[in-house]
Design a protein around this ligand. Structure first.
Ligand code: SF4
Length: 393
């Protein structure tokens, strides 16, 4: 992607330094006034916000938010947290405040759902976590998906990720689901980028899409294509990034950090490429024994985890990264406070409607079309994460 093309494509940009400080002050005042409306006691609110901030620092590992992604007048500091200011951000904050206040009635306070809407996919990736469900025919009809979306309303979600399979393989239904959901929550796409043309990107934007998480598993084109078993995959990722920028869709690059990839040199080169492509976020997902990786020795070493952890924290503390994309590393949060999936802050529905802790810890607790969601969440919380204890945070 030549620099001139990139120069003209800047729907979202990183805000740092003193300007980020001003945004943080505005954010604090906004949530303070909002919390005061339901508390009337400013001292109590100050202590609640203090608890909230300590929790956020514990989970994310850094106290000061040193940069935001500005997109269409809203400021984002994490991919799964709605942009501020917005009604969706206020609802996100209300749920977090309810956790701080410990309101027993409010048993379900999830904010994110990962929803596999199709079993079809043009790719055949080495690590496919959905491999057991991939098929040429859909397991769920559009009516089933619409019923599920209706049922989800009890969860008061603020963020939904439509995945698959390849969700672009079910494009018209995807547009329908996004336009149905957008008023309630931020809609994101989990995609390989395969076939994400400018025309499709514009239609997704018009339907209400906020962001696209595009899978890129190496900075080296050949190594990425090898991992994805497709000679055009890297090109499509590049094309998809460019088309999303042009359509005004936030871009996250999602990396499957394998043993082979996870070196300090590779992660830095990947980060440099993400900056060059002007993406807003990168997300580091450790390889897990699920799908095509089930039973395989894919878990990265303690040394590699340590390297990723230090890299992640450095991107928030080292000034040289202040203009780089914002880094998400769920493996950091999970080691800090336990698993935030498994019905805590998020869960996963696969392309058959089965409910799981997350895409990487699969074990169904029931089918969303057959059991009440509240029951499913209870079951998820009791035993679902296979790697970390379910967080109480
Ligand atoms: S990982 Fe995603 S893109 Fe790759 S084969 Fe599986 S569903 Fe398709």
């Amino acid at each position: 992607m030549d620099r001139k093309t990139l120069k003209n494509l800047e729907p979202s940009r990183i805000i740092n330094g003193s300007r980020a400080g001003i945004i943080s002050t505005k954010l604090f005042l906004n949530v303070f006034l909002h919390a005061l409306r339901s508390s009337r006691n400013p001292f109590k609110v100050i202590s609640e916000l203090n608890t909230f901030s300590k929790k956020r620092t514990k989970i994310q590992g850094y106290s000061k938010i040193n940069r935001y992604l500005k997109h269409e007048g809203k400021y984002h500091f994490a991919d799964q947290i709605p942009g501020f200011p917005s009604g969706t951000f206020r609802r996100f904050f209300e749920a977090e405040l309810t956790r701080v206040r410990g309101n027993p009635e409010q048993r379900i306070l999830m904010n994110t759902l990962i929803f596999s809407i199709t079993s079809r996919c043009p790719l055949n990736c080495t690590h496919c976590f959905e491999s057991e469900n991939i098929a040429s025919k859909e397991h769920l009809q559009l009516d089933d998906l619409l019923v599920i979306m209706e049922k989800l309303k009890v969860l008061n979600l603020t963020h939904i990720q439509f995945g698959g399979g390849e969700p672009l393989s079910r494009f018209d239904d995807l547009l329908r689901l996004i336009s149905n959901a957008k008023s309630d929550m931020d809609c994101w796409l989990l995609t390989s980028g395969y076939g994400l043309t400018l025309e499709k990107a514009r239609k997704l934007k018009k339907a209400g899409l906020t962001g696209a998480s595009i899978s890129l598993d190496h900075w080296d084109e050949n190594k990425h294509n090898l991992f994805r078993n497709n000679t055009k995959s890297f090109q499509w990722v590049q094309e998809a990034v460019k088309n999303c920028h042009q359509a005004g869709i936030i871009v996250n690059l999602a990396l499957c950090a394998t043993k082979e990839f996870t070196t300090a040199d590779n992660i830095l080169k990947y980060y440099e490429l993400a900056k060059e492509w002007k993406v807003g976020f990168i997300k580091i997902l450790e390889a897990r024994k699920v799908g095509r990786f089930k039973g395989k020795d894919v878990t990265i070493s303690q040394g590699q985890i340590e390297m990723l952890r230090n890299f992640y924290l450095e991107t928030y503390t080292d000034k040289k990264f202040s203009t780089y994309p914002i880094v998400m590393f769920p493996g950091f949060d999970q080691r800090q406070v336990g698993c935030l999936g498994a019905g805590n802050r998020y869960m996963y529905i696969d392309s058959k409607g089965e409910l799981h802790a997350c895409p990487f810890c699969q074990g169904s607790v029931g089918n969303v079309l057959k059991i009440p969601l509240t029951t499913a969440v209870e079951r998820l919380r009791s035993n679902a994460c296979q790697v970390f204890p379910v967080s109480t945070f």
